[in-house]
Design a protein around this ligand. Sequence first.
Ligand SMILES: [Zn+2]
Length: 456
Amino acid sequence: MPFSSFTNIECLRVIKEDQSYMYLVKSKSSSCICPSCHTLSHRIHSRYVRSLQDVPAHGKSTYVQIQTRKFFCDKCSCPQAIFTERFTWLGTYQRKTKRLQEMLKSIVLSTSCKVASRLSKHLGIVTGHHTLLRLLHRLKLPSYEPPVHIGIDDFAFKKRCRYGTIIINQETRRPMAILNGRDKETVVKWLEQHPTIQMVTRDGSSTYAKAISQALPHAYQITDRWHILKALFTAIKQTLQQSFPSTWRKTEYKNHTSEPLIIRKTDIQRNLYAEKVWQRSLEVKEWKVKGKSISWISRYMDISRSTLNEAVSRIRHEYRASATTHAISRDSLLWKIWSEKNSDWLKSLPSVCLKEFPLISQLFEVTPSFKDIVRKRSTQGIPEWIETYKTYSFPALNTFISYIEKDLQGVMAACVDPLSNGLSEGHIHRVKMLKRMMYGRASDELLKKRVLIPLL
Ligand SMILES: [Zn+2]
């Protein structure tokens, strides 16, 4: 029975239509409690019919018409002379039962109001998107216990224009608050209202670090491991961008004079002639490299222009035939430096490249050693690592090292503590999804409700 959970209700009749059921019901109770003075009243003033919508049954819309009564309140001191009959399963002035509203609340918190309206129609609930929007606005933000462990991160209300801060309770894994802004004052103001906080996970932001230190000097700060490694990756990338070409190419030529192998006397004579021609060709090339024109070289070396052109084409052909070209892209080098664990891959690089760019070996020393410290969950190597690589004259790397030095407590905590800011990052992704779902037209208050109210 659809009304088995409703107390003191009697079903008089059911009208079945193609797409809906209509239930005509009445209350079995002979009295009602005054909502103002809580006195039991038996004296009926009048009757009227309330039309309601209930949860769908068998995929069809369900409507209820309930005969409702109005009662007199006989208590003289009560300001409420007449009152309407109340039901536990229906709110005052509501056209939908409480269980239907709970169902709509779950739907509207899952998606946008327009989509929720279309989905509801498909499920057998007739409602408009404006009604759902009003329902969402009526929802109250949930209360929370005083937090002890929190995560803090920023997100964009509108990218490059306006930012906000999200606070996550690490124990309940639920978002607690959304602040309008990511500046120090806003965060300090919120943190000062929550002195129970003992531990804070955050990204590498110095603003949040300063705000936490100011508002909660006793709190233990943990920097996010992923952000530390990302900062190192950025430092390596910038160093390569500053010092290594996007694609490094080098062509190596074999020594031409060592070939071919001499066997017979005629071969010797032929090779001597070939050697003479080759030497002249090299001389032509030298003058060409110095910028001299063909006619000038022709006059200077006292040879015809056609012979000269032959010499030039011959040397081009010989060079191309004996050439080996090495090409290394900056991106592939960056990926190797970041991902390789031992130095064997360095042997596969041309020695001329390693000689020309000693930073490749130096950066490869820096990366695995720091990643090992972070992954081994040990703080012992960090001061030594800083001292060792501080001497390297790479500006981006030096910036990273000074960032580590400034946030040493947070970085060391990140290395030993299992907590991270991953939970906050996950909720940031949810915020982004909700924003896109609402096409960026919703107010901040509505976004807060969608983020903070849990979906049951
Ligand atoms: Zn009363």
